[in-house]
Ligand binder design. Structure first.
Ligand SMILES: [Zn+2]
Length: 442
């Protein structure tokens, strides 16, 4: 039995949901059923209970969504409290998901937020399949790619090969970095997914070593150079570099500045040095508020069909005034995650290219950006693990393959490699193409 909520609390939503208007979509019929659906049926998964997650939970609960699950593996730290407003000093050390859920449930009666204090990778398809919409406020690209891959794998095809629309779980993805943010709407396999536009996420942590060493263009390159190369060479404090030690940071700052001067690079600051050394992404609460509001609005639009969803990528920047822009990110027919065509890797020197070289390529190439790929293949009808770093015993057994060339490993032209990586819950297949040309990707 569905109980109709007659309280005045939701009158502002009734004005939108129970009357027709000029912006309705074709799928929209004014009715009190829609509010019932929000209250009693619609299940939303919020991924991340940090800066964006706190905002999202508050926004969604205030918009009438009553069945919300939240998943986050982190615990609360002191430095979170300036913006993650569902947490108090007494909560330090507790689970973010559990504390956030308890706060919302108490503050907004009738809301049932269910917390999951774990990694997204701890759950399988049956967990994710129960939700109508997934909204993510993550600070990790690997986690984003993983959930993206998961939602793609839930998509079923009809007998005629078309997508079974009922198996498509929309994903609204928000991201912020300092004064910049973005929100996007992904209908898995139907429009551009996270991996379709991987080039929008330049590798954050690792810059190519050759750039750092030979052609630095950014202050970050200079800092990385000192961190990776100069520190070990000069070893000024006879110990490992510690990003929390002010003397270490000052030394890196000084040396990076010298290098920046040589290459006429500006913009280096002590703060930036700290950020690069400790890998800190600065957080600005107002950016989180804007992006979460956009994401929650998209969830509402998709759940109710009262308005066309964002198509499909929104960017926000308030470094200098307020700038917003919307564009349609395009589906990449060669996408690692949502395309079924095996990806080609062209190799011109299979007798000198080692397995380690191939792994480095998978990690540094902008369209792969893998973390620690495990590679298996089929040789003479038998499965063979070439390398896998995640299981200690297998790593030890396969380590010697790293220095062997692709020829020595008996890999041939057209060889299919099955690659497992933290960036996707499913393995992907790439095909090696041996050519006489330069190494390039198709
Ligand atoms: Zn894709």
């Amino acid at each position: 039995m569905v109980e109709t909520d007659l309280s005045k609390k939701w009158n502002y939503l009734r004005k939108i949901l129970e009357r027709s208007g000029p912006f309705d979509t074709e799928a929209f019929t004014p009715s009190s059923d829609t509010l019932d659906f929000l209250h009693n049926t619609c299940k939303i998964l919020v991924i991340g209970a940090g800066g964006l997650g706190c905002e999202l939970l508050k926004d969604l609960a205030m918009m009438g969504f009553k069945n919300i699950d939240v998943i986050d593996m982190d615990t609360i730290e002191l430095s979170n409290l300036n913006r993650q407003f569902l947490f108090r000093r007494k909560d330090i050390g507790k689970s973010k998901a559990e504390t956030a859920a308890e706060f919302i449930n108490k503050r907004i009666p009738g809301t049932k937020v269910t917390p999951h204090f774990c990694k997204i990778q701890d759950y399988d398809e049956s967990f994710y399949r129960q939700f109508h919409i997934v909204v993510s406020g993550l600070d990790s690209i690997v986690a984003r790619r993983w959930i993206n891959g998961m939602l793609i794998s839930l998509v079923r095809l009809e007998e005629d090969g078309t997508v079974d629309q009922s198996s498509v779980i929309p994903m609204i993805d928000g991201g912020t970095e300092g004064f910049k943010g973005n929100a996007r709407v992904i209908f898995p396999t139907l429009n551009a997914c996270i991996d379709c536009n991987l080039d929008l996420f330049p590798p954050q942590i690792s810059y190519p070593l050759c750039t750092i060493a030979n052609t630095p263009r950014l202050p970050e390159h200079c800092i990385e150079y000192v961190k990776i190369i100069q520190w070990d060479k000069e070893n000024p404090f006879k110990c490992a570099l510690d990003g929390d030690d002010p003397e270490h940071v000052s030394w890196v700052y000084e040396k990076a500045q010298e290098r920046a001067n040589i290459y006429n690079i500006t913009g280096l600051s002590y703060r930036l040095v700290q950020g690069v050394l400790k890998n800190i992404i600065p957080a600005v609460s107002s950016t989180n508020a804007v992006i979460a509001a956009v994401c929650a609005t998209e969830v509402f639009k998709i759940a109710t069909s009262c308005y066309e969803a964002l198509n499909n990528y929104f960017v926000f920047n308030d470094i200098d005034g307020i700038y917003t822009y919307k564009f349609e990110a395009e589906k990449n027919p060669k996408c690692l995650a949502c395309s079924t065509v095996p990806r080609m890797i062209s190799i011109n020197n299979p007798s000198s290219m080692t397995l380690q070289d191939l792994i480095d390529y998978l990690c540094t190439n902008v369209e792969f950006q893998m973390k620690s790929p495990g590679i298996t293949t089929m040789i003479n009808g038998k499965n063979k693990t070439l390398y896998m770093s995640t299981v200690k015993s297998i790593e030890e057994q396969t380590r010697s393959n790293l220095t062997l060339s692709l020829h020595e490993l008996n890999l041939s032209d057209g060889q299919e490699l099955i690659i497992a990586d933290a960036t996707n819950p499913n393995s992907i297949v790439v095909k090696l193409k041996f050519t006489d040309n330069e190494v390039e990707m198709y």
